[in-house]
Design a protein around this ligand. Structure first.
Ligand SMILES: [Fe+2]
Length: 390
């Protein structure tokens, strides 16, 4: 799958040190141990997944005060709650008393207007303050026993958490190619029409590696290659020595990523002619999300690792509200086309994971068509060098 143009380097200091892949050379990939080892996986959770901004859903999923949702990120549980002033708070889903989980359900409504621990019934307000402790009066000590907050930010209607309280990264810092890439898309006003969630039996890095190269596209995605000649050439981006320019990314007459290549909704307001003609614009937010903005709809895909060899994928299809209000609107051509792509990628990602365990001490190679994978490995090595994260 493709990545966006590398014309604008990411401003994130953690990843700005990336190098340019030396063309016409073969480079070593990561060793198989990086995809199989429980020890390396635990280091990744500490150094990457608990230190970066992680997409967790749309802000409009919580509608009424007291609505909540429980998330699992890097073996932590986080509770999102909408308070009475319609602000969303993020807290660890654990009681300050002896650590019991607070909300057992995955989502719901706190009908009492409080977060009540199911164990000893300590209760908290929707903004996390400790309100009551049965049979004991804590006095001024109660102030320090509120719920522990997690950093939360909203961008374009998307919610992101960062488990590192000391983080000075902003969500914009993590955007590749840059924070203005999708400025012309009205992402904050779009609504999710369809959400798909499934597990891929592969390490989370294999998901990204597959996304970052289109060497596999002619063999694996024949339908996509018919509408994107760039991919038929095995190219993920147009920055290589390809002769492809941005406006030639999709075949003549193709408007969007659908079964027919035709748009299924009016062009979103505000897009430039070049953005409409390009047919797709990509934004990556490492380590857990990419967004593909088409002229008529937006698709965003996020991942969360749940084990060294298991990655949960969530894909969302977003459309303009007035399009969704039309009872005759049919999103199926966009949904079915991209679901097929995701399943095609899932299949080869699982084959990749199996193969890495199939022989001892495997270490693969990367060719120049996989230069974005090489860049990703450079980011990865930078993140993992951060030795004070455990
Ligand atoms: Fe693919």
């Amino acid at each position: 799958m493709p990545i966006s143009s590398k014309d604008t380097p990411p401003p994130n200091e953690n990843i700005a040190s990336k190098q340019t892949y030396p063309e016409d050379q073969i480079h070593s990939s990561l060793t198989a141990n990086h995809y199989l080892s429980a020890d390396i996986y635990q280091k990744e959770l500490a150094r990457i997944w608990r230190r970066h901004w992680i997409y967790v859903g749309r802000a409009d999923e919580l509608k009424s005060p007291g609505d909540f949702k429980v998330l699992r990120i890097a073996e932590r549980e986080i509770l999102l709650v909408l308070d009475r002033s319609h602000k969303i708070g993020a807290f660890y889903n654990a009681c300050s008393h002896r650590g019991s989980v607070l909300c057992e359900a995955e989502s719901g409504q706190l009908k009492s207007g409080r977060i009540i621990c199911p164990y000893h019934q300590w209760s908290y307000g929707l903004t996390g303050e400790l309100l009551s402790t049965p049979r004991i009066e804590l006095g001024s000590q109660a102030t320090s026993l509120g719920l522990d907050r997690v950093l939360l930010t909203e961008w374009a209607g998307n919610l992101y958490l960062n488990l590192d309280q000391t983080s000075d990264l902003t969500i914009s810092d993590a955007m590749i190619p840059g924070p203005t890439t999708l400025n012309n898309w009205p992402l904050s006003t779009l609504k999710v029409r369809h959400r798909m969630q499934f597990d891929i039996r592969c390490n989370w890095k294999i998901f990204w590696e597959n996304y970052l190269e289109c060497y596999h596209c002619p063999g694996i995605h024949p339908e996509l290659c018919r509408i994107v000649p760039l991919y038929q050439a095995g190219l993920a981006t147009d920055h290589l020595k390809s002769g492809f320019k941005g406006e030639d990314r999709v075949a003549s007459g193709v408007e969007s990523w659908t079964e027919t290549g035709r748009a299924i909704a009016p062009t979103l307001e505000g897009l430039s002619k070049a953005e409409v003609k390009a047919g797709h614009t990509f934004l990556e937010i490492y380590p857990n999300q990419y967004i593909v903005a088409h002229p008529d709809y937006v698709r965003q895909v996020s991942i969360l690792p749940s084990a060294p060899g298991v990655t949960r994928v969530t894909a969302e299809w977003l459309f303009a509200p007035d399009v969704l209000e039309n009872p005759s609107f049919d999103p199926a051509p966009a949904i079915e086309f991209c679901e097929r792509l995701l399943h095609q990628d899932a299949r080869v990602s699982e084959l990749n994971q199996r193969g890495l365990a199939a022989k001892p001490h495997h270490q693969g190679v990367l060719i120049d068509l996989e230069s974005d994978v090489w860049d990703f490995h450079e980011y990865y090595r930078t993140w993992m060098k951060d030795t004070d994260a455990d």
